[in-house]
Design a protein around this ligand. Structure first.
Ligand SMILES: *Cc1c(COP(=O)(O)O)cnc(C)c1O
Length: 389
């Protein structure tokens, strides 16, 4: 059994993908070929935004989105410590400072009540209100500029209160939709829920290519033009006119051709993921309270990048599945504040207790559109055995 079975998907899509790749090999426009622009149109249409700017990875999508907002040294950006390192890495790469905010224990997404506390702690320079990082220039020298809510495992964060707080405090909201392409919040698609959204086409993501890729979504024309320029070395109106510092951040035409084919079946694949998740939830509900699953609020749907459970018996479940040849993953074994790379921020153990507790108890089970009911049943059976032994 595979954790994400890309081979099974290829068998279904092989002909279309080969035709798409072949066509690029023949026309030879490997950089910014017509498939890239067609994909951007389709992505924007799917997400329900005016502009989609494709790029070289989800990390670069986040980076470009912050660059286009002129985030840099002296700026503070709020995000959660319960995410893949990219989310905070891009903040640090630009010389800005990540301010971690703990998550909700049921959805695993940023807790907006704690965001308010973090903002207050910064204003009053009082880490007793909320943990603050140690920075050489002192916390009072930092200017709160943005928040990056992460749609963890495919479930959109709670954007209504987040946008309300951001509006009051003048913060830019960048949605990390790397895991949530296909998810929805109050009738709107993930990627289009903040002032900008960034997604990833890493192969194992809900919509993945055969390499690295990503995209930024926005409704703002001026911001979209800035992103297009940043992705291509800060290009101005002419090829060798450079008006700002940018990146080589383009998506390969070959990857765009692959994504165009995968996007065709994406709605069916999403429905399949949702069916599998519902089956897991139904079969696992009998283990309550020994096993709990990520809570999906009524007005939200997840893209189910991961199906994750919490249990005090996490390690025995993990080992029992492993023995049975079933892969399961621990996302994430520790919070970003506990990572060596972020030790310089000086956060203490227990600063983000919800994150830390979840890191000790979480386990992600196999999920992909081609996972059979029998496999889901077998996984739940083995989990049951591990729980009762
Ligand atoms: C995968 C991921 C990213 C980074 O995407 P890449 O395409 O691998 O660079 C960023 N944030 C989150 C939450 C992710 O899961």
């Amino acid at each position: 059994m595979q954790f994400v079975d890309l081979q099974a998907q290829f068998e279904v899509l092989e002909q279309g993908i080969r035709t798409g790749i072949d066509s690029v090999l023949r026309h030879g426009k490997f950089i910014m070929g017509p498939e890239v622009y067609e994909l951007e149109q389709r992505l924007a249409g799917y997400v329900g935004v005016k502009y989609a700017i494709s790029c070289s990875s989800g990390t670069d999508a986040l980076l470009m989105a912050l660059m286009a907002e002129n985030i840099g040294p002296g700026d503070a950006v709020f995000t959660t410590p319960f995410t893949f390192v990219s989310t905070a890495e891009v903040i640090s790469l630009l010389g800005a400072t990540p301010i971690f905010v703990d998550i909700d224990p049921e959805t695993f997404n940023i807790d907006h009540h704690k965001l308010l506390l973090a903002i207050e702690a910064m204003k009053k320079i009082d880490p007793a209100i909320h943990p603050l990082p140690k920075v050489p220039c002192g916390i009072s020298a930092l200017k709160p500029r943005a928040v990056i809510p992460v749609d963890i495992f495919g479930l959109p964060a709670d954007y209504e209160p987040l946008l309300e707080i951001a509006g009051r405090e003048g913060l830019f909201v960048l949605e990390d939709a790397a895991q949530s392409f296909g998810g929805a919040y109050k009738g709107r698609r993930a990627g289009g829920l903040g002032h900008a959204g960034a997604t990833s086409f890493f192969p194992a993501k809900p919509l993945g290519c055969y390499g690295d890729g990503g995209a930024v979504f926005t409704d703002d024309e001026v911001y979209a033009e800035k992103l297009q320029s940043i992705r291509n070395h800060g290009q101005g109106s002419e090829k060798y006119d450079n008006i700002r510092i940018g990146l080589n951040g383009r998506l390969d035409t070959l990857q765009a051709a692959i994504l165009l084919e995968k996007l065709k079946v994406f709605p069916d694949e999403l429905a399949s993921r949702q069916k599998i998740a519902a089956k897991y939830t139904q079969l696992l509900s009998r283990h309550k309270p020994g096993v709990t699953v990520q809570h999906i609020p009524d007005d939200c749907s997840s893209a189910w990048a991961q199906y994750s459970i919490l249990s005090d018996s996490r390690d025995s479940i993990h080992n029992a599945l492993k023995k049975a040849g079933i892969p399961s993953m621990i996302y994430y074994p520790k919070g970003l504040h506990q990572q060596t790379a972020y030790s310089g921020l000086g956060f203490a153990a227990d600063d983000f207790p919800v994150t830390e507790k979840i890191c000790e108890r979480i386990l992600s089970l196999p999920i992909h559109p081609y996972l059979s009911d029998e496999h889901v049943e077998r996984i739940c059976y083995i989990l049951n055995e591990a729980m009762s032994s």
